[in-house]
Design a binder for this molecule. Structure first.
Ligand SMILES: Nc1ncnc2c1ncn2[C@@H]1O[C@H](COP(=O)(O)OP(=O)(O)O)[C@@H](O)[C@H]1O
Ligand SMILES: [Mg+2]
Length: 303
């Protein structure tokens, strides 16, 4: 349904998206996970036709974005990272506006507005002006506007940033609902918990490049089931040789990070090795998308 092949976007000498390639089937939720500046919005905006790629091909429902853009856009819904709402209109009026922009009218439009309001849990607030909404409610309305015309492909750009837990739940369950109706969804986020919970497949993106791609389970197994142990203390009194046989990721005077199988059972023995280091903090991070990201890039997702 969504096809993106060797998409590259350059701003001058800077490459914001570098040969990005993947496709998304009907009824699939595809996660694009990466930190700020990774190139998620660049990719989404090239997919939606807002940005022109430097090279590469994008098509939606078989229609190339460059060449057959009008047909491609008819199959597409976009929930942009920045809100696209009229603050001094009511929720219902915003939906009416967007519905007409998509060519809906009359009874069909009325019914769709009722359906999407119900889906995002805003039916009881539809007559209030958007300026009175919480941030999370605005995000939900922004989402509702994008799905009025029942797009076959939906692009969501960090839809849950800064929203309250209740709005987050509404949004996540609305996305899951669209999947059951056969919509192809791209969900970008820097929250690995959301991506792990929602997405059928995930691409981890950093500095414009896809670093890994697969189902959450496939990506987890790339970690070899190892946990990441993080210790804080004074390591200047020891030599890194103490961790011989372990894959050490960081050894600095005040922090040490290394990979370890069965961390829970090995921890007492390991801590004994660091007895002179005045350990102040011990953390064991289970293999998950975050630890895979750290392994691939050496940095945390939320640095
Ligand atoms: N119009 C632009 N001109 C120059 N650089 C840009 C422009 N838009 C984005 N960038 C840069 O491209 C990179 C990727 O940005 P973006 O796609 O917005 O990342 P993300 O959405 O993952 O946070 C960032 O380093 C950003 O500073
Ligand atoms: Mg972005």
């Amino acid at each position: 349904m969504i096809k993106i092949e060797a998409l590259t976007k350059q701003y001058g000498q800077f490459t914001a998206a570098d040969a990005v390639t993947f496709d998304v089937q009907a009824g699939e939720i595809f996660g694009l996970l990466g930190p700020n500046g990774a190139g998620k919005s660049t990719t989404i905006n090239c997919l939606s036709g807002l940005l022109e790629p430097t090279s590469g091909d994008v098509s939606i429902n078989g229609h190339p974005m460059v060449g057959d853009g009008i047909a491609a856009k008819q199959s597409l819904g976009l929930v942009p990272q920045e809100l696209a709402l009229y603050e001094d209109l009511t929720g219902h009026e915003n939906l009416n506006f967007w519905g007409q922009a998509y060519g809906l009218s009359g009874e069909a439009l009325k019914q769709r507005i009722d359906t999407v309001l119900d889906l995002v849990g805003l039916s009881d607030r539809q007559k209030d002006r958007v300026e009175t909404y919480s941030g999370g409610m605005k995000r939900r309305l922004n989402f509702a506007c994008a799905i009025l015309h029942e797009p076959k492909a939906l692009l969501l750009d960090e839809p849950t940033v800064g929203v309250d837990p209740q709005s987050r739940e509404h949004l996540l369950s609305a996305v899951a609902d669209l999947k059951t109706q056969g919509t192809a969804v791209i969900y970008t986020s820097h929250y690995m918990e959301e991506v792990e919970r929602l997405c059928d497949r995930v691409a981890i993106i950093d500095k414009g490049r896809i670093m890994a791609m697969g189902t959450v389970d496939e990506l987890r197994s790339q970690m070899g089931e190892k946990d990441l142990i993080v210790l804080k203390g004074d390591f200047s009194v020891l030599n890194q040789d103490v961790l011989e046989g372990f894959e050490v990721m960081e050894w600095s005077d005040n922090q040490v990070r290394f990979w370890c199988a069965n961390a829970a059972s090995q921890l007492p023995e390991l801590l004994a090795k660091f007895a002179q280091c005045h350990i102040k903090e011990t953390a064991v991070k289970k293999a998950n998308l975050e630890s895979l990201f750290i392994k691939l890039t050496g940095r945390a997702l939320r640095d």
